[in-house]
Structures are given as C-alpha cells and as structure tokens.
Design a protein. Structure first.
Lengths: 177, 113
C-alpha cells in the first residue's frame, strides 16, 4: 500500500492524503504533466477520463470529460492556480457543460499537490483537497466513484475526535479567494 | 449514484463548534436532560439550550422521553453518514493512487528493458 497517511477533517470539509512512490519527483510529476498519463489514473475504470486540453501553467485550463457505464459524459475542467514543476500544483476542479463552458450550477473543489524527494529514489506526494460545501463533495463522488464502494461505515469516534485531528492551518489558506 | 439524504451542510455547520461537539459526545449515552447538560459548561442555560436547538435542527440529537424526564440523545446514524461521505472521498483518491503507482511502475519497466 503506497498511501501512507490520511487525515480527514469533517469540520473544514478537507482531506489530506499522503502517498509514497518508488520513483523520482520528476517521474511522479509526469503523472500530472503528461495528459496521456493523467487519463490513465484520474477516472476509475468505470469512468475513464479523456483530456482534451492541457495547459499546465498559472491561469491555464485542463479540460476533460469522463465516460460513464451508460455512455454519460460529464465534462469538467481545472483552473490552474499555481504550477512549480516538479514540486507543486494548485488546481480548482470545476464542472462544465457539454460544450466545455463552465457550469456554474455545480460546485467545484480545490486541491493542492506537493511532491518531494525522500531519498533512495523515492518521492512523497501529498494532496490537500478542500470543498466549499458538502454538495460539492457529493457531486465529485457521484462522478468519480468506483462501483461497489459503499464500504464500511466510519467510526463515530473518528468524527468525535475531530478536535484532535483538526489542522486548520494548511487547508484553510485555500479558502481565501 | 446518489449519496444524499440528510442536510449535510447543516450537519457539518452544527459540528463546527467545540461546545456542540462536546454535547454530541455527552449525549451518546442519552442520560442527561438540557439542565444537566448545561451544568457542564461555563455559560448560561439559555446559551446551552440554543446550542442544543441547533444540533436538533441538524438532526444530530433528539429529545426523548425517559420515564418522567426528557433526555437529549445523539443521532448516531446521522453522524455516521457525515463520516461516510469523507470516507468515500478517501476511497476515490486511494483508487487514483493505486492507478498512479501502476502507471509509474509500467514506465519504469519499459526504461529498464
């Protein structure tokens, strides 16, 4: 298992996930920078992604659609906020209409990717996701869920212990816009 | 796929306060009434009553009759649903990380060939 840490904060509607790869930061960066590689992991097998535009620079757009089991094709796009190869990327992920124009009816979310070398040719990538509302989270889940994932109900202790895990500093700054 | 029912915004909003989270925690046992709960906090009875009302509207606690008294009890199932939403989001990213690892490993094999 390459995922090494997950922190969920139900109050801030944020999740931080860390993973390690047996590859250099430059190699891991290619997962984001090469649209053909991005397509291979962004959507689950049941909802593969097709990237139609890929401008990985501040102010640029990455446009894509996904193709669902019933032929449905939700469109979406990233608004690229910050790019620093091969170290960091900040993106707002928004929904779009079929013609690629922004769909303001559906809420977006924002995430920050950080990649660092940890020695021995390995890298650590962290993803901090932040949602403006729970609806936003539901929308993303509806489009990206693996089938049959209605998995174990979380422990009530975890949400009640949220005081202990709340780390508002890093995720919070993403809300200022 | 729909993952909706309860009002999650209201629920998370209600949980965004330390005192209210503490009330939710204490009310899991469902043994205390409003007055007893209020005695735990350095604030007025009315203030605690207000917190409980917010939790009630969010569906996180209910007032129930226990003998001759009314007790406040946590809606454990409601809390679980809020938690589940974040759990599902975690699964989404775990799936992505797995696929990323496959892509990286595949390219490594090709360069080593």
């Amino acid at each position: 298992m390459t995922v090494t840490a997950v922190r969920k904060d139900p109050q801030a509607l944020s999740m931080t996930l860390e993973a390690e790869f047996d590859a250099s930061p430059e190699r891991v960066w290619q997962l984001w920078a090469d649209p053909r590689q991005l397509e291979r992991w962004w959507g689950p097998p049941t909802y593969p992604a097709t990237v139609t535009k890929h401008e990985l620079r501040p102010g640029g757009r990455v446009e894509y659609h996904m193709t669902g089991p019933e032929g449905d094709q939700p469109h979406a796009y990233w608004e690229v906020q910050e790019v620093e190869p091969p170290r960091s990327l900040v993106v707002r992920d928004n929904f779009a209409n079929a013609d690629g124009s922004p769909n303001a009816d559906l809420p977006g979310n924002e995430f920050r990717v950080t990649i660092e070398g940890i020695g021995g040719g390995r890298s650590r990538m962290s993803i901090v996701s932040l949602f403006p509302s729970t609806e936003a989270m539901e929308q993303v889940l509806a489009m990206g869920m693996e089938e049959g994932l209605t998995q174990a109900v979380g422990q009530i202790d975890a949400i009640l212990a949220a005081d202990a895990i709340a780390e508002p500093s890093a995720p919070r700054e993403l809300t200022d816009r | 796929m729909q993952i909706a029912p309860p009002d999650f915004d209201r629920m998370f909003g209600a949980l965004a306060d330390h005192t209210r989270r503490d009330i939710v925690r204490r009310a899991i046992d469902g043994e205390e009434g409003v007055a007893e709960l209020a005695s735990h906090y350095p604030m007025s009875f009315a203030a605690v009553q207000k917190h409980i009302a917010i939790l009630e509207r969010a569906g996180l606690v209910t007032k129930q009759r226990s003998g001759r008294r009314k007790v406040v009890r946590t809606n454990v199932e409601g809390l679980r649903m809020a938690r589940r939403l974040l759990d599902q989001y975690e699964e989404l990213w775990r799936g992505r990380i797995d696929r990323m690892t496959e892509v990286v490993n595949e390219y490594t094999r090709e360069t080593n060939r």
